[in-house]
Design a protein around this ligand. Structure first.
Ligand code: FAD
Ligand code: MG
Ligand code: MG
Ligand code: MG
Ligand code: MG
Length: 555
């Protein structure tokens, strides 16, 4: 991007000319301009929930469609068609009563001082070179997601497949089918066929595990019939650097998955770090004893996590967040230090406040009569605010199996404590000293991005109303100017499809169950979560088609 300074200067001139014209010819107050970057989970969810016609929204994204990412693994082996899980963004915005426009371009630079972003068109036929244009904003919403992380492992970019975008899934599908065709050609030795049919998955997270399971099902349900001569030569290897696959799930699910994969003949290698990949071989090192091996492969899927996009890295450097892995926001999703820039989803992380950081302030606010001690009654008046402001409190009470905060205080004060008890600041501190241990960063999931987008839209829907009559619960330190409730994540549970029409489900309250009925739950949840009736119908008919006719293996 460095080479395009003159483009930016030109874009600036055009933008300020525009401003001039509008300022002189327009009497009505201008609508506030919201610029939204990204049409993924975060962006789509914001657009779907926004209904305040007093904004003018400009969407900028290199992708003019939304992708239902949880079904990407299903596309890799033909269980679901690619077009069934995408929804054109223009279909979503045309149904809105809000003035929304879309530009197929990527943002290449954010200039918060001048409230401007610079964009470059990404349409293929747009071959005039690097044309950059500027867009002004009153509010900027950053929802650009993240990119794959190779951890600088040599050869990964050149030789591996990734599963992040719809193109990736289609490429993988074509490659899988091509592998079987290639291995079926005459004049190959068994060694060569084995190499072609050695599928390696790097990373035992939900995506890697689901792809391995999909591939195994594909081999057992369709390849046996269509390529019976090579079926015996297929090998699937799953490499995981830590001690277990599906780390973020309950132990029971991890164990079940490892055992099922063992029975299925998927070779799960735990504690196995990839050190490099060339055209023919993948090299690994065993974490414990440092033993090194190189194995011939036919195809590798790299699925080991995410890192920030260049745009976000650059922006973080600009605003003094240079050593972070995601943009830090407050709990209102505003980028730290900015009142008019919001960030959500995989590119961002919410800085949650600690109770212990604010403990003296909380005590002082609660101690209405300035007596230096808190009575139960004084305390009860602020409990709701504390619970709202510090979500970790509720988790802590639940884990400790304490009914409410008053009980917690009583417990800390000793069994004899009555309704008449009073606590001084030191006692108050020690009663709450462990509460912050429950704080966890929100995961980089569609569920989080989706809820954040809807939350932010709600804030924008109510913005003027709230500006006119500032309200809301009293706040603690540094939060007095906020008019909205902070963002609260509600975890609805997660699934891990394990193949053979079996799925592991971990629902709120750590309710774990695994089996065939969970697979049906999975089908119904994922059908209901579709963003439109069109994609819902397409996905469901793909599933039915697959049940009746098997997977489509043309490619
Ligand atoms: P994204 O959805 O990635 O959207 C980013 C958007 O920004 C895209 O439209 C992109 O084109 C655009 N963009 C990129 N760069 C720029 C730029 N410079 N300027 C403007 N726009 C830009 N989560 C779950 O909760 N459950 C699941 O089952 C699940 N399964 C998954 C399976 C797979 C294979 C993958 C890859 C992810 C899965 N996830 C799942 C995670 C989920 O997809 C992400 O957490 C979610 O997409 C994050 O939303 P986002 O809006 O932050 O980013
Ligand atoms: Mg998005
Ligand atoms: Mg998405
Ligand atoms: Mg995040
Ligand atoms: Mg008092």
């Amino acid at each position: 991007f460095n080479g395009s300074k003159s483009h930016i200067a030109h874009a600036d001139a055009v933008a300020s000319n525009d401003d001039h014209r509008i300022a002189s010819s327009e009497q009505v107050p201008k609508k506030k301009k919201v610029v939204l970057l990204g049409t993924g989970w975060g962006g789509m969810s914001f657009l779907k929930s926004l209904n305040n016609p007093n904004y003018e929204v400009q969407v900028v994204s290199p992708r003019n469609f939304f992708v239902f990412t949880p079904l990407l693994p299903s596309v890799t082996c033909g269980k679901v068609e690619a077009r069934s899980i995408v929804e054109p963004i223009r279909n979503i915005i045309r149904k809105k009563n809000v003035n929304i426009s879309y530009s197929e371009a990527e943002c290449v630079k954010i200039d918060p001082n001048n409230k401007k972003i610079y964009c470059r068109a990404t349409i293929d036929s747009h071959s005039k070179g690097e044309e950059v244009f500027a867009v002004d904003y009153d509010y900027l919403i950053i929802a650009v997601g993240a990119q794959v992380n190779t951890f600088n492992t040599p050869g990964v970019m050149e030789n591996c497949h990734f599963l992040k975008e719809i193109d990736d899934a289609q490429k993988i599908r074509k490659n899988v089918i091509d592998s079987f065709e290639k291995a079926s050609l005459p004049n190959l030795s068994d060694e060569e066929r084995k190499k072609i049919l050695h599928f390696v998955v790097v990373g035992g997270g939900p995506t890697g595990v689901e792809f391995a399971a999909e591939l195994h099902d594909f081999v057992n349900e369709d390849v046996v019939k269509l390529y019976p001569n090579v079926q015996e030569l297929v090998k699937i290897t799953l490499l995981e650097a830590t001690d277990h696959i599906l780390n973020m799930f309950d132990k029971r699910i991890t164990n079940f998955a490892e055992q099922k994969f063992g029975r299925d003949g998927i070779d799960v290698k735990l504690g196995s770090m990839v050190t490099g990949i060339n055209e023919n071989e993948i090299s690994t090192k065993v974490r414990g004893n440092g033993e090194k091996t190189s194995t011939p492969y036919g195809m590798v899927l790299w699925s080991t996590g995410i890192g920030p996009r260049p745009l976000i890295k650059e922006f973080m450097k600009q605003i003094g967040q240079g050593n972070r892995r995601a943009l830090a926001t407050d709990e209102w999703l505003r980028v730290e230090g900015f009142g008019n820039i919001y960030a959500l989803g995989d590119c961002a992380t919410v800085n949650q406040r600690k109770v212990m950081e604010d403990i003296s302030e909380i005590f002082r606010k609660a101690d209405k009569d300035n007596s230096g001690t808190l009575t139960v009654k004084e305390f009860q008046e602020i409990i709701d605010d504390i619970c709202e402001r510090y979500p970790q409190v509720e988790l802590y009470l639940k884990n400790k199996q304490v009914r409410n905060m008053v009980d917690l205080l009583k417990e800390a004060k000793g069994d004899a404590a009555k309704e008449s008890m009073e606590l001084n600041i030191e006692e108050f501190k020690s009663a709450l000293s462990e509460v912050d241990s429950q704080m966890k960063n929100l995961p980089a999931t569609a569920q989080v991005a989706n809820q954040q987008g809807a939350y932010l839209a709600k804030c924008f829907n109510r913005m003027e109303e709230c500006e006119k009559n500032p309200e809301g619960p009293p706040r603690f330190r540094g939060t007095g100017r906020h008019r909205f409730h902070p963002f609260r994540y509600r975890h609805l549970g997660q699934f891990a499809p394990l193949g053979g029409e079996q799925t592991a489900a971990q629902l709120p309250g750590d309710w774990v169950s695994i089996g065939h009925s969970e697979q049906w739950l999975w089908y119904s949840v994922y059908a209901s979560k579709q963003v439109s009736w069109r994609t819902r119908a397409l996905v469901v008919s793909d599933w039915i088609r697959r049940f009746i006719f098997g997977r489509d293996t043309s490619g």
